[in-house]
Design a protein around this ligand. Structure first.
Ligand SMILES: Cc1ncc(COP(=O)(O)O)c(C=O)c1O
Length: 442
């Protein structure tokens, strides 16, 4: 345990940590006490290279002055304003700024406090939209196997990761799932979008035939599935989903909680893939991960459908105490300024070829059975240890941390998504460290 415990509280029992092996962690804690730009500082003083932008959120790097100053200033000026029947200027300014960078037609924004809440909000908007349009029979929601849409009941219902679902009963009714698009036999070691699997989108037609379009409200997918271990959409797949949804009057929701705000080299994946959904969910990079906040984009067609009835009546019975919170809004505005000033919405596109080359140079390392990438995202899939799934990747995570690199693992997959400010030298360093890790684990 060495001096790692120097700044560690001596009783770790009270905090039941999220998505964490609590007993393992508390025996040998990994405490972060500082961060700047591309690095964390651990409690023993070591610098840890951030290969994951925190949790896919710190897109501009850590402790950026403009953002921290905006937060401090806002906290002293207007700390909180009621979110219902009241407003404050920064939330409106932020919504306008977001609409400006969003795909054309995404003209309205609802604010939330997390990706999970953005997903719940989007699903509720979709159901209510059909109802106000007189199509109240459209109540089914369609997700996808291996999808991750946060941890609330709507999100785990449409989500497709069994460990996140199996403990929690029957979940929402009326949900169905499309098959995932992972075809390792055909697509292993593909650079960018896989050639095979675009036709899997037509499985949605089968689901529509089974339930009838008149019962289906929305389809929700991550354009690039992240938490399941990075699944990149095969060529033609997203366009085909769009066509089927349009044909049947079904709303298409893109969950862009990780792809939003520059991860693929455009502000949003919808622009990158040139496929326009009806609703986009975001969070994470919206405030550079600094303050909890999410935003859900909807088209005017959806928004305007609600703007009817007596004007003193609330049009949509949904919202959070902290929707558009002043300090979060200030943080988001400063984040958008930082992204714009530093060209971070497009930096992933510039770096992507170099990133891809270095990532795929690990192909011959021990245990590696697949490598995939897009924008500034990479995944390295490892052969699981027989009878002990997830153990090999977890060992890689622990060794990488000891060697001064933060990676993220899910199952036996290593997922990488560094801050968009990463330099080429730091990309080299990241993959050198990872090469040593892969050679050093059983
Ligand atoms: C696609 C997607 N949706 C939703 C979420 C949930 O976001 P949060 O953890 O902020 O609730 C995540 C988190 O990783 C995500 O990747």
């Amino acid at each position: 345990m060495s001096n790692r415990l120097n700044t560690t509280p001596n009783d770790l029992r009270a905090f039941w940590m999220p998505f964490t092996a609590n007993r393992q962690f508390k025996q040998n804690p990994r405490m972060l006490v500082g961060a700047k730009d591309m690095h964390f500082t651990a409690s023993d003083g070591r610098k840890i290279l951030d290969g994951t932008a925190g949790l896919w959120c710190v897109n501009a790097g850590h402790c950026r002055p403009k953002i921290t100053e905006a937060i401090a200033q806002q906290a002293g000026e207007l700390d909180y304003a009621p979110a219902f029947q009241m407003g404050h200027p920064k939330a409106f300014e932020l919504a306008n700024r977001l609409v400006d960078i969003a795909p054309d037609g995404m003209d309205h924004v609802l604010f939330t406090n997390s990706g999970s809440e953005s997903v719940e909000t989007a699903l509720k908007v979709a159901l209510a939209y059909h109802r106000v349009k007189g199509n109240g029979s459209r109540t089914r929601l369609i997700g996808r196997e291996r999808g991750y849409h946060g941890v609330n009941f709507g999100g785990i219902s449409v989500g497709g990761i069994v460990t996140n679902r199996k403990m929690f009963g029957t979940l929402l009714t009326g949900v169905d799932h499309m098959p995932h698009t992972h075809l390792p036999a055909q697509n292993a070691f593909t650079k960018g979008q896989p050639e095979h699997g675009g036709d899997i989108a037509s499985e949605l037609e089968r689901i529509v035939t089974l339930h009838d379009a008149s019962t289906i409200a929305a389809v929700i997918v991550e354009p690039v599935a992240g938490s399941t271990g990075v699944l990149i959409p095969p060529k033609g797949y997203l366009k085909k989903l769009r066509e089927i949804c349009t044909k049947h009057g079904i709303l298409l929701i893109f969950d862009e909680v990780i792809t939003g705000y520059g991860r693929l080299g455009s502000p949003f994946a919808a622009q990158h893939y040139d496929v326009m959904p009806d609703i986009i969910t975001t969070a994470k990079g919206l405030t550079n991960g600094v303050i909890p906040m999410g935003a859900v984009f909807v088209t005017s067609e959806i928004h305007d459908a609600f703007m009817q009835g007596p004007e003193h009546m609330i049009e949509f019975f949904h919202g959070y105490t902290y929707s558009g919170n002043p300090i979060a809004s200030a943080a988001a505005l400063a984040t958008l300024d930082t992204y714009k000033e530093e060209g971070l919405f497009t930096r992933a596109a510039e770096l992507s070829p170099y990133w891809e080359e270095q990532l795929h140079s690990l192909k011959d390392c021990p245990h590696v059975i697949d490598i995939r990438n897009t924008g500034l995202i990479g995944a390295i899939e490892l052969e699981p240890i027989a009878g002990e799934p997830t153990k090999r990747a977890f060992s890689a995570f622990l060794k990488a941390y000891d060697d001064g690199l933060l990676i993220r693992t899910t199952g036996d997959i290593i997922a990488l998504s560094p801050p968009l400010i990463i330099s080429k030298d730091q990309i080299d360093e990241l993959f050198e460290k990872l090469r040593t890790v892969l050679k050093g684990i059983a």
